[in-house]
Every structure is written in structure tokens, then in C-alpha cells.
Ligand binder design. Sequence first.
Ligand SMILES: Cc1ncc(C[n+]2csc(CCOP(=O)(O)OP(=O)(O)O)c2C)c(N)n1
Ligand SMILES: [Mg+2]
Length: 344
Amino acid sequence: MPAPHTRVAPGSLDDEIENEMTTTKETYLSLYRTMVRIRRCEEQLARSYAAGTITGACHTYVGEEGVATGVCAHLRDDDAVFSTHRGHGHALAKGVPPRELVAELFGRVTGCSGGRGGSMHLFAPEVGMMGTSGIVGPCILQATGAGYSFQLRETDNVGVAFFGDGAVGNGAFHEGINLATIWDLPVLFICENNMYATEVAFSSSARNTDVAGRAAGYGLHAEAVDGNDVIAVYEAAGMAVERARQGGGPSLIECRTYRTRPHAEGMRDGGYRSQEEIDSWKARDPIEVFHRRLLDDGDIADTELQAIDAEIVDEIQQAVSFANDSPWPDPATVADHVYREVGA
Ligand SMILES: Cc1ncc(C[n+]2csc(CCOP(=O)(O)OP(=O)(O)O)c2C)c(N)n1
Ligand SMILES: [Mg+2]
């Protein structure tokens, strides 16, 4: 491990990393499985929301699965992910079991946050899921802080912030990226640019919508990729994670993508974007695109993908049964976890 604040020249390091990167058939199948798991789980959560089983806001990740999947495939349990209000996909890709996610949104004690948090407070530190948050922006600073802690402790871990285009105008974006850059912190900044913040087009809240270009102005490695192409994300993230682990500092990856459901379940989806636009992105669905590519490449049979599809349908059904069968938190424990016990 390089000593803290010793910068490894990114050029030579990148060549080394690129030469060592390999992608196997198992990797492709695993990426496919994660994307399908996120999609089926989100569709279930949307149905459960409509049925009144889930209360509170529920922002789904449908259409954006390639981003969390491509990034988290490179992470270990002891790497730290900080997420947003749209964080179910990040939690699943980081290793939170679907049943713990579903149970959390159903408010049950077996949920990953004990049924106390819901959609926007998903915590599973045992797999490095350090929290979703309803506040737009701070995950950028939290990931920067995690990177600083990893650097001080001289580990090879990375901190990762997922955030939307809506966070780019927040002060946290500029502060976090600048600090991580000048201190060469092991951090990945993953901007999920889906072109809208709630119902506000990014092009009307920013004159310059080139997020990677703006970030590059701070002097870190920054690039834009097609966020609906899981392999493009996987490859860019693979380079960025290794660069960070080996002392090459932070990177920003702008993943251009699109949510195909409303901002949150139960909200309208008209008036601020056209049906033609939604349809054009649906035609580039990340799972369908990847499915076609896997079959075209010839190494993977349709039956293998169908087996994964069936496995996930079953997994999500079991997750719902598990959640429905789980108890509610005991009202007598309402004050638990509010303060940390001294010495605990
Ligand atoms: C600091 C802050 N400001 C405003 C809001 C209200 N708000 C909730 S979600 C959202 C849009 C976020 O857009 P983006 O970051 O692009 O993420 P997306 O929903 O597109 O995934 C806003 C403005 C908030 N939660 N926190
Ligand atoms: Mg957005």
C-alpha cells in the first residue's frame, strides 16, 4: 500500500490495471442476475405500494439497473456505499438480500434496518451498505469521509457515492470532489444522470449538463459512459476501483441513464416529459440490451438466462412471503437505537 498522500501516477497505473482486467462468463451471468433481481424486486415493491402494503415514499430504480450492478460488482463487503432516496438497487447490488429489503419496506422487524427506516434509510453495514438517504447531496461527503478514513487506516478499501444529476448543484458535490482530489482519496463518485430531478429537467437547472466535464475541472479522473450499458459501467468502474485501491485517487463516472417509472410511486408522470422520450429509453432497456448482447456473443444459451429469470421470480416471491410472515417491531422498543449506549 502506498503511504497516505503519496500519489501514484495515474497513466502508468491505468495501463497496468487495464492489462489485468478479465471478464468471464460467470461475471456476465452474475451481472445479468443482479440486474434482473433489482428489476423484479422493484416491480414487486411498486405493486405492494399500489396495494397499500408500503407506506411512505417509494422511488424505484427501474431503467437504471446497469449502474448499481456494474459498479458494485467490483466492491467487497468492507467497501462503503452511500446512497440516495432511489437506493433499492444500490442496496441489492451491494448484497442486501431481497427479503431484508422487502421486509424493511413492509415495516417488519426482519428488515435490514429493523423495520424502522423504510425505503430511504436502508442500512446493512455487514455488507458495506452504509445508508440510503432522503437528503439530496450528503452521500457525496459521506463517501469522501469514508475514503479519508480508509486512507488514514492504510487499507485498500474504497468509498462510493451514488447520486443523481439533482445533487450536482449542491455544495456537497464541489466540496467532496475537491477534497477527495487534493488528498487523493480512494473514492468513486457515481453520478446517475437521468436528466431530471423530480420533474425538473437538468437542462433547466444547469447551463452546463456535462457532469464529467465539470468534475474534470477539479483535476480528478472523470468520464461519461452509457449507463444503460452494464458492460460500459462495469469496465469504467473496474478501472476506477482499482485506481483507488492502488493509491491513484478518486474518479467520477457520469452514467447517462433514465428512470422509466415516475419519480416516486403514486406520482404522475406526465407534463414534464414526453411519452416519446420515455418510449425511446424503454427501447434501450438495460436488461434487454444486455440479454440480446449475451445471446449474440454466442457463449451463453437462452436456457441459462431463463433459469436465472425463474430463480429470481422465486426469490422475490419468497421475499414477500418472508416479509408478510415477519412480526412488526415491538412498540415497547420504540426508543431503542435513538441514543448509543455509552461503552457499547
Ligand atoms: C437537500 C434536498 N433538497 C431537495 C430535496 C427534495 N428532492 C427529493 S428527490 C429530489 C430530486 C433528486 O433528483 P436527482 O438527484 O437527479 O435524483 P433522481 O430522483 O433523478 O434519481 C429532490 C429535489 C431533498 N430531498 N433534499
Ligand atoms: Mg435525476
